[in-house]
Design a protein around this ligand. Structure first.
Ligand code: ZN
Length: 370
């Protein structure tokens, strides 16, 4: 029998080994650099074939969203392609994954990863499509590019941007679905009426470092939109500058939510310049999306801000205020969309891609009203 080896020393990896005692392995999730946030994990186990492991994340109770653990199931893969639900329980601040290991190598993650290697492959194949313009509009503090696409020729300005919070990997799965649809014949109606601006990954540094929520210097990018700086948030600075050049009629910011077991959207209630017409278009988007797919609903979600209390450091509020845009935060679950559950995979990368198609189909139907 070999020794069991645990490591996360790869693109997007995050775990720290505490101890191995027989088949019980105690682990900790590392904090985002210069931050107290942590929840994303992604690690490999080697040399445990034929053993039933009890993998205990012993600092789960101190994570950013401990209320996300009850009812949550970790993802497990033997081929880095299919990510199935693993038997997972949460008690006394410890998240325990019980797993019978059948292969020499097995990977565990908070959600199906979307690594920087996958990002580069997505960017490369998208940039080669007809009708697509790629630009690198900025550089991160770790020296990675901020990739930006424009697709379409229409007068309306649509912005899609994702993964301000790097641990929310479903957001870039959504982008993969969006970019595949936008470069297909199905998008021709939308692209005649709108120019679609896409930033598939707002936070490459956090992605590669295996962060939950922040960039290389511990900045939560979705609290920087009122006043981004080159020192703390160059990612937001370059994207907001581009938005100032193009204007924004419709914006969609793609995220994942730790606790709520459903897809939902959040809006911009409480901005100083709120109008009912702007709000009605937000509501229409949600209602039409719920009618279009069983993978969306409008009952569960975040509480709405009271008039005048919107936090303008958050992108959705900032863009609604700054441009009068219909501005949408999309949240997808780490758990499952309980109204339409999948007992084998839970919410998944593939379903995130499908939801992007539903979102863009609904947007096409209301683009004239924007
Ligand atoms: Zn988020």
């Amino acid at each position: 029998m070999h020794d069991i080896k645990i490591d996360a020393g790869f693109d997007g990896g995050n775990i720290r080994l505490v101890r191995i005692e027989g088949d019980t392995i105690d682990l900790e999730i590392a904090k985002d650099h210069d931050s107290d946030f942590y929840q994303w994990f992604y690690f490999r186990v080697a040399g445990a074939k034929g053993r039933r492991l009890s993998l205990r994340i012993v600092n789960a109770g101190g994570s950013a969203y401990p209320f996300g653990w009850p009812g949550y199931k970790a993802r497990v893969s033997t081929d880095l392609d299919a990510w199935r639900l693993a038997e997972t329980s949460y008690a006394d601040g410890v998240l325990t994954i019980d797993h019978p290991v059948e292969t020499e190598l097995v990977w565990f993650a908070y959600f199906a990863p979307y690594t920087m290697a996958m990002h580069h492959a997505l960017v490369a194949r998208t940039a080669l499509q007809a009708g697509v313009t790629h630009r690198q509009i900025g550089t991160t503090l770790d020296g990675q590019g901020i990739d930006y696409f424009t697709i379409g020729t229409g007068p309306k300005s649509v912005w899609l941007y994702a993964r301000q919070h790097p641990g929310e990997s479903m957001a870039e799965w959504w982008m993969e679905g969006a970019l595949e649809w936008l470069t297909s014949p199905a998008a021709s109606d939308l692209l005649g009426k709108a120019t679609v601006h896409v930033v598939p990954n707002m936070n490459p540094d956090g992605t590669r470092r295996g962060h939950l929520r922040t960039n290389a210097v511990g900045t939560n990018l979705n609290r920087e939109w009122h006043d981004p700086t080159a020192e703390k948030s160059p990612e937001v600075l370059c994207v907001r500058k581009m938005m100032d050049e193009t204007g924004v009629d419709f914006a969609l910011d793609v995220h994942g939510d730790e606790a709520i077991a459903a897809n939902f959207i959040a809006g911009f209630e409480g901005i100083p310049s709120w109008t009912d017409a702007q709000g009605d278009l937000f509501t229409r988007f949600g209602e039409e999306l719920a009618a279009a797919t069983p993978d969306f609903q409008t009952e569960k979600g975040y509480p709405k801000a009271k008039p005048g209390t919107a936090n303008l450091s958050m992108s959705t509020n900032q863009l609604a205020e700054r441009f009068g845009a219909v501005s949408v935060t999309l949240e997808m679950p780490f758990k499952d969309h309980d109204l339409n559950p999948d007992p084998a995979f839970g919410w998944s990368g593939e379903r995130s891609k499908q939801l992007a198609v539903s979102c863009l189909t609904v947007l096409t139907g209301m683009i004239d009203a924007l």
